[in-house]
Each structure stands twice: as C-alpha cells, then as structure tokens.
Design a protein around this ligand. Structure first.
Ligand SMILES: CC(C)(COP(=O)(O)OP(=O)(O)OC[C@H]1O[C@@H](n2cnc3c(N)ncnc32)[C@H](O)[C@@H]1OP(=O)(O)O)[C@@H](O)C(=O)NCCC(=O)NCCS
Length: 195
C-alpha cells in the first residue's frame, strides 16, 4: 500500500520539494525546494539534494552523497556511500560559475550502480545498468552494462542487470545463470528479450 514519504525529524525538506509515496529521507538530509524525488526511493544519512535535481523511483542513495544541480537519476539507480557528483568542470572562487547555465548535466540511467567513493565528473552519462567500481573516477560516458574501474575509469568487463559478471563466447554471446542472454554486436551490448 502506498504511504506518504517518511522524513526523519532531523532532516530538512524545504517547502516545494516533491517526494513520492513510500520514499524515505533519513537522518540529517537536506532536500532543496526545487528537487523532485520519485516513489520508493531511500535517501540515507546526510544526503543533500539540490534544486533542479531529479531522482526517479526505487533509487538508493547511500550515506554522505550530495546531488548537485545538473544531476538526473532515472529509476533503480544505486549511489554507494560517499560517492561524489560534480557539476562545474573548472571551478574558480574569484570567477564563480554558479548559475544554472554553468552547470553541466550528468545523467544516470535506469538500473546503473555507482560504488563507494567513486567520483563522476560532470557532463557524462552512465547508461542503462552501467556499473562503476568503488573509488573510480569517471570522465567519459559508460556504455550499457559496462563495468568501469580505476582512475581514470576504464571498462574492465560487463555485468548483467542483476549483478552477475558476463563471460562471452566466440560469437559474443553471454548467458547468465538464470538464462538471460546478452549479445555483443558492433555497438552497445544488447540484452535479448526472453524467447
Ligand atoms: C568492481 C567490483 C564489482 C569487482 O568485483 P569482482 O568482480 O569480484 O572482481 P575481483 O575482486 O575479482 O577483481 C577483478 C580485478 O579488478 C580489480 N578491482 C576490483 N575492484 C576494483 C576497484 N574498485 N578499483 C580498481 N580495480 C578493482 C581487482 O584488483 C582485480 O584485478 P586483477 O585481475 O589485476 O587482480 C568490486 O570490486 C567493486 O568495486 N564493487 C563496488 C562495491 C561498492 O562500492 N559497494 C557499495 C555499497 S557497500
């Protein structure tokens, strides 16, 4: 059954912020007035959601994550503890870049996961079910189902939507333990629909 969002008494949700049903906002969070958060999403302790940020349904944002203006999270996105989004490429104090026009968009598509302490440089897109390893610094778009690690982050493999590493045969086909097939073609990895 749908319940209105729960906001812990220590959290601040500014008037105007939109929170979907069943969403939980835990200790010491701050949600700005023009933030939009979907249903069934969890904000862990000390999460900040700035104006203009959109978060989809069923997302999990772990402790100590700040979502700055320009960040868009689609549904089922996982943000590991203390991971960092950026929104200005070349910040300077004396010549501040702090208007909406200065902020670059970072989009995290459905089902993507970001490991603990990773940094996402602004302007990139993490495509569907992309996986960012703990501590990685992502400087480029991450293709669907790709797993990236290191500084700067490089593709080290592929992962299915449920989190299994994929091994490809000579035809470029990977089959998961539950029978789902992923096919490497000339472009992005494609998940085949069940027959
Ligand atoms: C990337 C990850 C999924 C790999 O897990 P795995 O498939 O079990 O891989 P392995 O541990 O077998 O490591 C494979 C290789 O990648 C390297 N590696 C693993 N994690 C790495 C990371 N975060 N950064 C850089 N390299 C990494 C390993 O050293 C190993 O290298 P080698 O082949 O040269 O020895 C995992 O290490 C990770 O970072 N998970 C994120 C955890 C997280 O942040 N969770 C948040 C909620 S608690």
């Amino acid at each position: 059954m749908d319940k209105p969002a729960y906001v812990h008494p220590t959290a601040v949700v500014d008037e105007g912020a939109r929170l979907g049903d069943n969403t939980k906002v835990w200790h010491f969070c701050h949600v700005y007035p023009k933030a939009v958060i979907g249903c069934n999403t969890i904000l862990g302790q000390n999460v900040m959601v700035a104006n203009g940020v959109t978060i989809g349904d069923f997302c999990k944002i772990q402790n100590n994550v700040s979502l700055y203006e320009g960040v868009i999270l689609e549904d089922y996105v996982f943000c590991g503890p203390s991971m960092v989004f950026t929104n200005v490429t070349t910040p300077r104090c004396l010549f501040p870049r702090n208007t909406t026009e200065d902020y670059r968009t970072t989009r995290v598509k459905r089902g993507a996961s970001i490991g603990a302490n990773a940094t996402i440089v602004c302007g990139v897109t993490l495509h569907e079910c992309a996986f960012v390893a703990a501590g990685a610094v992502v400087t480029k778009d991450v293709p669907p189902y790709a797993m990236v690690a290191g500084v700067p982050a490089r593709i080290i493999g592929y992962m299915c939507e449920r989190g299994e590493r994929l091994s490809f045969d000579s035809r470029g086909v990977a089959t998961t333990s539950y029978g789902q097939r992923y096919v490497k073609g000339t472009g992005d990895l494609v998940r085949k629909e069940e027959a």
